[in-house]
Ligand binder design. Structure first.
Ligand code: SF4
Length: 242
């Protein structure tokens, strides 16, 4: 039995109401950054279905799975909107590859973080330029690092409101919602890829393994982050928004 259907959410329990409330409170630019993961797909559905003026952007690292590009295309066709792509700086990537090699991220954490910085963090900065709020697909039960994820927080490093409308949903609830509403999802989820990022840095997880154990698994930490959601102090969140 499904935990939720689209009809039985209470106001502000429903993530689309949360998003509409955010849109109504803040006059400036609001951006969802999507990696086309299942949470981002649910939020994309809420935004497009409700016609909310929230921009949707993606960071095309150049190392994504073919199925992610397929889903990107399917999503644009289903909702009739383009999703704005932000790309890494070509010279920065060229210099990095010349220095560390095309798969240099396997050889040291320093090289991995440098790659994530060039391919994700710097393009993210451009995607969020001038934005008042950043909508993400973070959930509090995704990993040990994310247990304190709130609905809304102030990101002091970026001077931006960070908003996670699915913060209190389980993965099962998100999957059920997408199935009921016909939201397209990445075919790899059905093959054990619960969290999907770049192809060389993502593997399927075994039954019972944490959701994010397949990300940068060779580093052996189980809840690694790429730097998108981590501030200079190494913390994911730095206090609730006023
Ligand atoms: S996830 Fe891997 S390939 Fe993608 S930016 Fe990070 S290190 Fe590079």
């Amino acid at each position: 039995m499904l935990a939720h259907t689209s009809a039985d959410f209470l106001p502000l329990i429903d993530p689309s109401d949360r998003l509409a409330d955010l849109r109504g409170r803040l006059p400036g630019k609001i951006v969802l950054t999507t990696s086309f993961g299942i949470e981002d797909q649910a939020i994309t559905h809420f935004i497009f279905s409700r016609g909310l003026e929230i921009e949707i952007a993606t960071l095309d690292t150049g190392r994504l799975f073919p199925s992610t590009y397929t889903l990107w295309d399917q999503t644009e066709q289903k909702y009739g909107h383009r999703i704005r792509a932000f790309y890494p700086d070509a010279v920065a990537v060229s210099d990095m590859v010349a220095d560390a090699g095309i798969n240099g991220f396997y050889h040291s954490k320093e090289a991995r973080l440098a790659c994530c910085n060039a391919r994700k963090v710097e393009p993210l900065n451009r995607a969020l330029a001038g934005a008042e709020a950043w909508v993400t697909g973070l959930r509090s039960d995704q990993s040990g690092q994310r247990t304190a994820v709130p609905l809304e927080a102030w990101d002091a490093d970026r001077n931006i409101v960070k908003f996670a409308p699915l913060f209190d949903w389980s993965r099962g609830e998100v999957a059920d919602f997408c199935a009921v509403e016909g939201v397209p999802v990445n075919a790899l989820h059905a093959e054990g890829f619960l969290s999907i990022g770049c192809q060389p840095c993502t593997r399927a997880v075994a039954l019972g393994e944490p959701e994010r154990a397949g990300r940068w698994w060779w580093e052996g930490q189980g809840d690694s982050e790429c730097g998108l959601h981590v501030g200079a102090d190494g913390k994911l969140f730095r206090g609730k928004a006023a």
